[in-house]
Write a protein of this length. Sequence first.
Length: 351
Amino acid sequence: MEYDPPTRCFRSRTGIVAIGAFLIALTPFRLQAQGDTVRVTVTGTVVDDVTKRPLEGAEIRLRELDLTTRSDAEGRFVLADLGIGTYELSVQREGYRSKTGPFRVVSSGSFRVALIPEGAPLGDETSRVSGRVTDQATGEPVEGVEVGIEGTEMALLTDGAGRFAFPEVGPGDYTLSFSMLGYATRREPVAVGRAQVLSLDVILGIEPVQLDPVSVTVERRNLSLDLAGFYARREVSAGIFLSRDQIDERRAIQTTDLFNGLPGVRVLGSGFERSVVLRGGLQMTLSQGICAPAVFLDGILMEGAAQAGGLDRIVQPSEIQGMEIYTGITRVPLQYSTPGSRCGVIVLWTR
């Protein structure tokens, strides 16, 4: 599935990731038993973290099973006949940073691993620099302003709302330039730290007169959530959004506990067989029975996750960085519109 931004992949300064977070339980209840042991098949895809293109020839290894395979021309590989449990998975390819980490197998499914090219900046070191450009006289947003970071090749144009965003800027001191025909060019210094989200309010005037200084806000936001569009959707969508701090406040034992008390949301069942139904699904109950919401994990649709116990099996509260809940089809952003979204949508982002 392709969308902007692409599926998020976790990165660290050491290159070690909790690969288990990528496991997408597409069929959480379709398990095959051989004797007394449940055996499953997991498929995966290896891509370039920068270009998002599939990588052929990547080596995938499960240490405990002494199992080694390689990705094909489409970046795909298969791990067959696996027992339920946790393994150490390593993925490596020449010219890329290796990834090694715990790989939790709970069912048949698929996942994706993005390898970072050698020499590319790590995601937890870069910051996002964004902002909005307005007209000094009218206060209206200005579309088509050329925004550039001097000394780099980074440049873009503001959109219809006057907004711009550079998603990955390394730490350092920069000068941003703002230019457009009919306005005086403006140049402003900006200090960029590590793993920050900087928001700039920039005013352009017709004449090169003294203008108010650029307002720079360094927001306490999670960088990976920001890159995934979480905060941008929170500003314009009618959904319910929970950040990591809010998740901690709920002191949830199971993932379904996080949904208790939210408007337009009901938790059905008990114990480890609970499911979540949203307002859109409840409205269809009289004619079709319970209608389960569509569930996305890190941007990928997870078939069967809304069945009884599904959410609690595939992810734990401690693993969730952010949640988006859209209780009806009229509230669902375009990138999450699927045949199942008429019953509502749950979007989970892992840490």
